[in-house]
Design a protein around this ligand. Sequence first.
Ligand code: AKB
Length: 349
Amino acid sequence: MDLTSRDRFKRPEQVLITGAGGEVGHGLLHAFVDSGAGQVSTLDLAELPATHAPLVSNSYLGDIRDESLVAEIFGRNDIDEVYHLAALLSSAAEHAPAVAYDVNVTGSVGMIRQATQAAEERGRPILFFFPSSIAVYGFSDHGHKIESGAVDERVFHHPRTMYGCNKLAVENIGRYYALYHRRQGKKSAEFSGIDFRCLRFPGLISAVTQPTGGTSDFVPEMLHAAIRGEPYECFVRPDTRIPFMTMPDAIEATLQYTGAPVEQLTKSCYNVAAFSPSAEECAELVRHHYPSAKITFNVTPERQAIVDSWPAKVDCSAAERDWGFSPKHDLEKTFTEYIIPYFESQSGA
Ligand code: AKB
């Protein structure tokens, strides 16, 4: 992982990653350890995989909704930066909307509150990173996809899914705590709470892990199935088009953004994405690089409706301008410079 962009700015002494066992957590954990971050603590419902454990200074087992555990973690560790990744993804959240609200909103707001309190008590801000999503946008209120061009951060905030509603709520509550919340009896000049930063991620493609419970999963799923030599039935139409980026680009963007001086930032929430292929274009590239791949299409209407409510393209110009967002992988390079070299290195080819 190339961390030169982040090294130019600063390196946190103590980091807390929630949901560290998930896809983004896996990438971030490695990036922090490679860059020599002082100490990484994690909070996850499940034990971290054996490969992760040696990378972590303190690994806490538990639920993000357990505020006494979260308070204990802030009390025991002098955390500089929180990467709050724990969440139920969009398809999973539609099956259990009440649980999704509880985890994605109540749990996240509890984390934000505890981070704010810890920052106020020690008189130094805590950077709080929150991964939001293209799911905050909503484009098909009446069943028709609205053609909109590349969508910027300010518009179409009418999410169709519980997950999108959750992400939008936490974007706003995090911004509230960072900018407007004042501890009772404190003058604003004394304020030292959280520095809330948020990226709206597109679908993510990782060579190392496979997502679970998301609706953008059709691309990583068709790819991993081809690599395993298994057939894949894609659950959306061939012409379905939403934005994607690779996991290394997502990790690099996260670290570049969280390492940027606050004076450079004009938003608390930025779009990031690298390319917007149709499902068929992805399938063609998979077949090209893995000629034995067997990909067919069989639409699941509920999941199709979700991706139809998401934008085909997002406008990333604010991220490019403010903190130099510049993903390395387009769709073709995702295969030639990331996926294929990764699997060749795994097989010792
Ligand atoms: C999902 O599909 O739920 C996520 C997302 C686009 O936020 N990958």
